[in-house]
Ligand binder design. Structure first.
Ligand code: ADP
Length: 498
């Protein structure tokens, strides 16, 4: 999906989600604090109501005791009064401690004043024991200090707290309703937001897919143009119905075309090789053939009266040997033989091969030196004949490069893994314009060179798992390195296991 589309959708979505989360957390905290304050208020009002009820009940009981006493004039009805006074005191104290507003304080003050006055009067009557008896004094007390004055503020205190309680529960109910609505709104907003986001994402994805499909169709059209043909399948069941299938069909057509082009190129290359080889063969055999032809023509011409002399026969033989060499060289190049590998001491092979070449080198005025090897036995797995062929070829090339004389030096560069045999000379060095091309067939700077020697040498060394490289030495002259894998105790073990 398009990265711009992703950022364009993700950022607003993330902002909306974070906002919703903040609102939800804020609402939860607000509800919690409201709930705490409401429950605190409610518990306060409940305590006040309980105290007020207790006060009212106690006062009403005192009053009923006094009413009974007035009806029956029986003193036993006055006996519970001290106990009831204590209950009233306790209820008053509780109501006073529950009071928090001025109105409540005022009610309580009135109730306490009334209670104090009543019980003070009652206790003085009981203490003085008036001569006329208790009855008239008690009537007098009830008439002067009416219990209703105590009852009324207690009752109002109760009503006030009940009113507050119902108002608080009403507020609580309204709050719950508001919260329910808020949460419902939040839920609806979240759902709508989710649906909107989903719609936006799906629209974005669809747009992006449409663009991809357009690009695929363009690519398919370009591929079709590149191979200059419409879609290959003619079968209606195989007709591509999506841009992707269209591209797949076009790509497979392009690949097919590429493979065909590759095959054509290979064939052209092979034909070029054949042509090059034919030209090389023709060039090489033309000179000896011409020499043979001239000699034969002269001998055939009876009028000249010149039969073939011994010298002519010698030239004929040399040219035939040359032709033979050319044919063998081509055969070596065209049909390389597989090396018959065995363990060979390279030091010994080099020394023996050079001994045979030394005479020829001396004729060229070239001195051949062999550096003393690091060890007397440097073992490699090789076909000694093929390796000798490589060495001879390199030495011949070095001799050819120094017609005025010079030196050929054979050196060693050995490690525990490999052996490098270096063939260096003091000639003019490799032709700089040829570079690595000297290893390609039919590349020669010599008058009578076939240009096959180095390519055969490289092929032989590579068939031994080695490398043949050539460079110019800083002090002058060319340097060839034959690098072969060394036969060690370990490598012997491994090949024995195989
Ligand atoms: P040929 O000997 O028939 O020319 P080669 O493949 O053996 O074919 O050599 C290719 C070319 O590499 C030679 O023609 C020559 O230009 C160059 N060459 C090879 N050996 C040497 C050398 N020791 N010094 C300079 N040039 C060399």
């Amino acid at each position: 999906m398009n990265p711009r589309l992703i950022t364009g959708l993700t950022i607003p979505l993330a902002v909306v989600s974070v906002l919703l989360l903040i609102i939800a957390i804020g609402s939860a905290l607000y509800v919690r604090s409201l709930q705490q304050s409401i429950s605190h208020l409610m518990s306060h009002h409940v305590a006040s109501v309980r105290a007020a009820q207790e006060l009212e009940i106690s006062i009403r009981e005192v009053r009923s005791q006094f009413d009974r006493y007035l009806i029956t004039a029986d003193k036993k009805h006055l006996e519970p009064v001290p106990r009831l006074k204590e209950r009233i005191e306790a209820a008053l104290l509780e109501a006073e401690s529950a009071a928090t507003t001025n109105a409540e304080y005022a009610f309580m003050r009135r109730a306490r004043d009334g209670c104090d006055a009543f019980f003070r009067g009652y206790e003085s009557i009981i203490a003085n024991q008036p001569p006329g008896g208790l009855y008239p004094n008690i009537i007098d007390l009830i008439e002067t200090v009416r219990l209703g004055e105590v009852l009324e503020p207690a009752h109002e205190y109760l009503r006030w707290n009940e009113g507050m309680l119902s108002r608080t529960s009403e507020e609580n109910r309204e709050l719950v309703e508001r919260l329910t609505l808020g949460m419902l709104g939040l839920g609806i907003c979240g759902a709508i937001g989710g649906m909107l986001a989903g719609w936006l994402i799906s629209a974005g994805v669809r747009r992006s897919m449409q663009r991809t499909e357009e690009r695929l169709r363009d690519t398919a059209a370009q591929l079709d143009q590149a191979i200059a043909q419409p879609h290959p399948p003619t079968d209606s069941t195989l007709q591509p119905d999506s841009a992707l299938e269209q591209v797949t069909v076009s790509v497979s057509a392009v690949l097919k075309r590429l493979r065909q082009t590759e095959r054509d190129a290979l064939r052209a290359e092979q034909l070029a090789w054949v042509g090059q080889m034919a030209a090389g063969i023709a060039h090489e055999i033309r000179n000896p053939l011409m020499a043979i032809k001239i000699l034969v023509q002269v001998a055939a011409d009876r009028r000249s009266g010149q039969p073939l002399r011994a010298r002519d026969l010698q030239v004929l033989e040399e040219e035939i040997v040359r032709l033979e060499q050319i044919v063998n060289g081509f055969l070596d190049f065209a049909r390389p033989t597989r090396p018959e590998l065995r363990e060979v001491n390279l030091v010994e092979l080099v020394q023996k091969s050079i001994e045979r070449l030394r005479q020829r080198a001396e004729l060229h005025g070239v001195e051949v030196q062999i550096d003393s090897p690091p060890e007397s036995r440097l073992l490699v797995q090789a076909d000694p004949n093929q390796l000798r062929q490589v060495l001879v070829n390199l030495v011949y090339n070095a001799l050819d490069a120094q017609p005025q004389g010079g030196t050929i030096c054979l050196g060693w560069d050995c490690s525990s893994e490999s052996i490098e045999l270096i063939v260096a000379d003091s000639g003019p060095g490799l032709p700089p314009e040829l570079g690595e091309m000297i290893f390609e067939p039919f590349i020669s700077t010599k008058e009578s060179g076939m240009g096959l020697g180095l390519s055969i040498c490289r092929r032989i060394v590579e068939s031994h798992g080695g490398r043949l490289t050539a460079t110019n030495r800083p002090e002058g002259g060319a340097e060839f390195r034959i690098c072969l894998q060394r036969v060690t105790h370990d490598s012997r073990l491994t090949s024995a296991q195989r």
